[in-house]
Design a protein around this ligand. Structure first.
Ligand SMILES: [Zn+2]
Length: 336
């Protein structure tokens, strides 16, 4: 898992700021890396961890004992806490995991001058875990740096937020996403296509590649085709059915819905526009235009974005979908 600052694509300003603070010894003992999924927050957190642990001044040097142990994933002073899979889609960081981390942290560092704890998906901590972590953040025993990573900052307790320095990350540019995909040996034209579909998130682009995104795209299209005729009974069956699926899959489904709606907006201006995401289904999209006037599409896009936000929380998927379907059906009833 050894990486250097230069291996992380994008986020130049944040990297510079972190390196300067590190170099000048001004890095606070708790940081919160917040921003959308799949843009490299955790990777950057690991580089920062390696740098903090490295023997060199402006690390990670990649050569010292610390860097080598880190690269093997066996650094005794580095602790990574991740959510446990609990059933199919719920993930949680429980107090036991935080306590185990605290025990480790309370001992003196072995190889480096400090310890580093990275908590990934920190928003998955339950309340007990958060309260327990809070105590350590307030009064850390010994030299330790905490890096919390999250894509749902608002799900964290205010008391945790107020003790961390916030570093907030934005999306990457299409070119940067393409560069990340190239790094991962994705063929050039696929990389270009995925980069434009991924909304600035290389992680999402790679997920699309892994999950056969096109099938989900077609499902999203099918939804737009039935939406004008949705009744309550269909809404209940559909929410129950889709609520069984993986959160990640639903995230992609909403992403496609978002892109299809944006295509509809472009097509309503110019049916022959080359600027749509989904050239291959242009005719099917054109057929939808009469039932999707612009003002309706704008309202639907708002609902989609709202649902995408709520997907980041631990909300029940079935209820989330039910609410979404009901609201979108109500919007469709306004078509005049
Ligand atoms: Zn080193």
């Amino acid at each position: 898992m050894e990486r250097q600052w230069e291996d992380i694509i994008g986020h130049e300003e944040k990297k510079r700021a972190l390196r300067t603070m590190l170099h000048e010894g001004r890095l606070p003992h708790a940081l919160l890396f917040a921003g959308p999924d799949g843009i490299g927050k955790k990777m950057l957190g690991r580089v920062l961890a390696a740098a903090l642990l490295c023997e060199a001044d402006d690390g990670p040097c990649g050569r010292c004992d610390s860097c080598q142990a880190f690269a093997r994933g066996a650094h005794p002073d580095y602790i990574e806490v991740v959510p446990e899979k609990n059933g199919k889609s719920t993930v949680q960081i429980r107090i036991e995991a935080i306590r185990a981390m605290q025990t480790q942290v309370s001992r003196y560092p072995v190889l480096s001058k400090r310890r580093v704890v990275l908590i990934d998906d920190a928003d998955c901590m339950n309340e007990a875990a958060e309260n327990s972590l809070l105590k350590t953040l307030e009064e850390p025993e010994g030299p330790v740096t905490f890096i919390l990573v999250t894509s749902a900052r608002s799900a964290l307790l205010d008391t945790i937020l107020s003790r961390c320095m916030l570093v907030s990350f934005g999306m990457l540019s299409v070119d940067e996403v393409r560069e990340v995909l190239r790094q991962q040996d994705v063929p050039e034209d696929t990389a270009g296509e995925l980069a434009s579909l991924s909304d600035g998130s290389p992680g999402r682009a790679l997920a699309l590649l892994a999950h056969d995104g096109l099938q989900l795209r077609d499902e999203a299209l099918a939804f737009l085709q039935v939406l004008p005729h949705l009744d309550m009974e269909k809404i209940w069956t559909k929410s129950a059915e889709m609520g069984e699926r993986d959160r990640e899959v639903l995230r992609e489904w909403f992403l496609y819905l978002n892109m299809l709606l944006r295509d509809l907006l472009v097509l309503s201006e110019d049916g022959a526009s080359p600027l749509i995401y989904h050239q291959d289904i242009r005719e099917k999209l054109l057929a939808l235009l009469p039932v999707y006037p612009e003002y309706i599409v704008f309202s639907l896009l708002r609902e989609v974005r709202e649902a995408q936000k709520r997907l980041q929380s631990n909300a029940s998927l079935r209820l989330l979908l039910e609410g979404f379907f009901i609201r979108t059906r109500d919007i469709m009833a306004r078509v005049s």
